[in-house]
Design a protein around this ligand. Structure first.
Ligand SMILES: *Cc1c(COP(=O)(O)O)cnc(C)c1O
Length: 457
């Protein structure tokens, strides 16, 4: 018999999580104004809100904390992080930041001007907000296949070269850089192929543009390349990572994802000039250039996390767990984005709840149902997240209404995944009876999904 797949780690420390009754959850979600961000964590049993900063650090990372150097300037921890970034990603210059959006804030303060267009694959929400906050525009050039959850395409994060070249040609003076998100979070944790990255690099060179990688899940992207792209089966994850980043001039990183730390980020750069310009904003917003919003111990853990996160066995365990949940849902006939992404399963709420109009926030309604069913917290990737158009102030209704179930790294077992799958099946079995969605009561002007108050429609 073939041996079954099992995790490439064992558990050294545990944390209690809390079960609750449906009656309690009904009360709590009402008090939270039907916004899952407003729940207390002990009101949640299985927390799939995000895979950001929620991973379990390894014994090596925890021991690195003890070696942290908290000197204000020139700390050894800074050099440990610098060496890891140079070694694994190949960037000569870097600036630490407290998380990914801070890296965007610093970098965009140098590069983005009012009226600019920033083309790429589907921009992440904070990236898009940092662009729009500067009165510039994000242009989505993702391949069309990404917006149909029923099509199985190995690299749904890919950029459509025709769309990209059209933007580059027509708006040449207004484009400071191209930004590529690996893996593409907004289209479902979908990878970008090396072939596509090389094509983007070529177009960027043709039009004299900088290429920035939004790199939160670069290692998961490399894992998918190894599994799915011709000619990469025998390359190591780190070789593939190096080849990916050879197509980029700059990277921003939320280290809370693939570097498996609870807080941290950075910008990687090749240009000394850009590094010097960005340093000014880093000192202004984040802190001195050798700590930029991070403590020494956290820089140490991050450096070790870059090594942990680019081990094949770890990535295999990680991505296979996400796939396990996705496969269980598919066995029940539940519509999910295919193929299953690297960090999350995305349930297609439009197909799950076809009786509900988009104006009543299908994905958010499904997220609330799942919480009520079993205390599981997912997150809406739909009209609430898409926000209003900055000019017309009309609601933007995206092509997809998704419930994202993001799996924290090295945290839950497949027994937890089974609970999630059965809970969703129970809701799917009674989906015809779900005819009432939600309406907005109160919202913020930007990034409204975090604080929005809702009520039953
Ligand atoms: C999480 C994330 C960010 C923002 O990073 P934070 O650490 O949450 O500030 C940017 N881009 C992508 C693709 C992300 O997943």
């Amino acid at each position: 018999m073939n041996l079954p797949f099992a995790e490439s780690y064992k558990i050294k420390m545990v944390e209690t999580i809390h079960k609750s009754t449906r009656k309690e959850r009904e009360q709590w979600i009402k008090e939270a104004h039907y916004n899952l961000f407003s729940l207390k964590s002990d009101q949640v049993f299985i927390d799939l809100l995000t895979d950001s900063g929620t991973g379990a650090m390894s014994d090596k990372q925890w021991s690195e904390l003890m070696l942290g150097d908290e000197s204000y300037a020139g700390a050894s921890s800074y050099f440990k992080m610098k060496n890891a970034i140079q070694d694994i990603l190949g960037f000569e210059y870097f600036l630490p930041t407290h998380q990914g959006r801070a890296a965007e804030n610093v970098l965009f303060s140098v590069l983005v001007k009012e009226g600019n267009l920033i083309p790429g694959n589907s921009h992440f929400d904070t990236t898009k907000s940092h662009i729009e906050f500067r009165k510039a525009f994000a242009v989505d050039c993702t391949i069309d296949e990404a917006f149909d959850t029923t099509i199985s395409h190995p690299f749904k994060g890919n950029v459509d070269p025709v769309k990209l070249e059209k933007v580059l040609k027509e708006n040449h003076d207004k484009i400071p850089f191209i930004i590529i998100t690996v893996t593409c979070n907004s289209s479902g944790g979908q990878p970008v192929s090396i072939e596509n990255l090389k094509m983007i690099r070529k177009l960027a060179d043709k039009y004299g543009k900088i290429v920035v990688f939004d790199s939160a899940r670069f290692a998961e992207n490399a894992y998918f390349i190894k599994l799915r792209e011709k000619g990469y089966q025998d390359k190591s994850i780190r070789e593939i990572v190096r080849e990916m980043f050879s197509c980029a001039d700059v990277m921003t990183m939320s280290a809370k994802k693939d570097a498996i730390v609870n807080m941290g980020g950075f910008i990687g750069m090749r240009s000394k000039e850009l590094f010097e310009q960005a340093s000014m904003f880093n000192i202004l917003f984040e802190g001195y250039v050798t700590y930029g919003g991070m403590s020494g111990r956290d820089m140490n853990a991050l450096a070790q996390g870059l090594y942990d996160g680019t081990e094949f066995d770890y990535l295999d365990t990680r991505v296979k767990q996400v796939e396990y949940l996705g496969n269980r849902l598919m066995e029940f006939g539940i519509p999910v984005q295919q193929p299953i992404g690297g960090h999350a399963v995305f349930v297609d709420a439009k197909r799950f709840l076809p009786n509900l109009p988009k104006e009543e926030f299908q994905a958010q309604t499904l997220a609330i149902e799942l919480y009520l069913e079993a205390g599981i917290r997912g997150v809406e990737i739909g009209a609430l997240l898409a926000d209003r158009d900055p000019i017309t102030r009309e609601n933007r209704y995206p092509a997809l209404e998704l419930l994202r179930l993001a799996i924290p790294r090295r945290v839950y077992t497949n027994n937890h995944m089974d609970v999630v799958a059965i809970a969703l099946k129970n809701i799917y079995d009674r989906r015809e009876s779900i005819t009432r969605g939600l309406k907005i009561v109160k919202e913020a002007a930007i990034l409204r999904h975090f604080t929005v108050s809702l009520d039953l429609a």
